[in-house]
Ligand binder design. Structure first.
Ligand code: ZN
Length: 335
């Protein structure tokens, strides 16, 4: 009897470890984004970001090789068939976790009509792999059936609650609960280079860009994706603790459950932003960052406005895919 139970346990563990939702069960909504010229966005940001930063320089450049330091992404560029892909949402985490919400990014890529693609972005890491809840800093290439996985996950260590970062193996391509991803062919292209120093306003780097786009294009849906480097300074970032045993019913419960850190530059962030909801229940901005010094997590804002320096490269998304949007939604947990 004991052996039987043991076998059943192993069997269930294996199923759980290999678990991902059946892609045919996932609802997909697809919409074209408004592709305004990058030159126009350049002008809008050059002017608008000055309300939040002392030094601002936005230029249109050929994308530098992002596989090189300090960015070390899995592909050199963020051009070609660009898409924002939002999967799941905070209602699958809050107030209570839905552990079955595990997605294989290979399936997600197929649903987004992108079999060969470079994926970067922010989401929940694969808890069946990590053995607990974790952040995902997604950075991987799916090409002709092969995987180049450079995604990091970040966890809160037991006892001392330090941040633990690790890189996923090529065999692990899952994401859990929610994610905001930018898909491209990883090709060279013109991109927006956004360089900002010394923060004089209240907004974080991404919110400052997003608000410029909200003001300029109120009747359009404009989405950007890409990467930025926190070059100097420190950022407030969180890492999710393991799933809460009690329901998290509001922002206060949530903030008590999250573990906040002050993380130091250089940090490399990846994610997406969009200037509106588009009727798709979108998370309007979401960036996670990793580092080569062990720190990684969800970016909120820098805590060193006088010395902070940001350097970002962004491209515009041509379309958006909203996959497995929660039917019952709420607005907390989106900061
Ligand atoms: Zn996050």
């Amino acid at each position: 009897m004991k052996t039987l139970l043991f076998k059943a346990h192993i069997f269930l563990t294996l199923i759980f470890q290999n678990m991902a939702l059946n892609p045919s069960s996932l609802p997909v909504v697809h919409k074209k984004l408004d592709v305004v010229p990058l030159e126009d966005i350049q002008k809008v940001l050059n002017k608008g970001l000055q309300t939040n930063f002392q030094h601002v320089e936005v230029t249109l450049v050929d994308c530098p090789d992002l596989t090189k330091k300090p960015f070390t992404l899995a592909k050199p560029g963020i051009g070609g068939s660009t898409k924002l892909v939002e999967v799941g949402g905070p209602p699958y985490l809050l107030p209570k976790v839905q552990r079955n919400k595990v997605y294989d990014l290979k399936d997600i890529a197929k649903l987004a009509n992108a079999d060969n693609t470079f994926i970067i972005g922010a989401g929940a890491g694969p808890h069946p792999f990590a053995g607990k809840n974790c952040e995902g800093i997604f950075n991987l290439v799916l090409e002709n059936g092969t995987v180049n996985q450079q995604t990091r996950i970040a966890k809160v260590a037991p006892v001392n609650e330090n941040c633990e970062q690790e890189i996923l193996p090529n065999s692990e391509t899952r994401m859990a609960l929610l994610g905001n991803l930018f898909f491209s062919e990883g090709k060279p292209s013109k991109v927006l280079k956004v360089h900002a120093k010394v923060r004089t306003g209240k907004l974080d780097f991404i919110a400052s860009i997003r608000e410029c786009l909200e003001k300029e294009y109120p009747d359009k849906l404009v989405g950007l994706g890409g990467t930025f480097l926190l070059k100097e300074g420190q950022a407030k970032q969180h890492v999710m603790r393991d799933f809460s045993k009690t329901p998290l019913n509001n922002e206060e419960d949530l903030n008590n459950w999250l573990k906040f850190y002050n993380m130091s530059a250089p940090l490399v962030a990846v994610g997406t932003l969009v200037n509106g909801d588009g009727g798709l229940d979108l998370r309007v901005q979401h960036f996670h960052s990793f580092s080569n010094h062990g720190e990684a997590g969800h970016y909120h804002n820098d805590i060193t406005p006088a010395t902070v320096e940001y350097l970002g490269y962004f491209n515009i998304g041509e379309e958006i895919y909203r996959i497995d949007a929660p039917i019952e939604t709420h607005t907390f947990g989106r900061d």
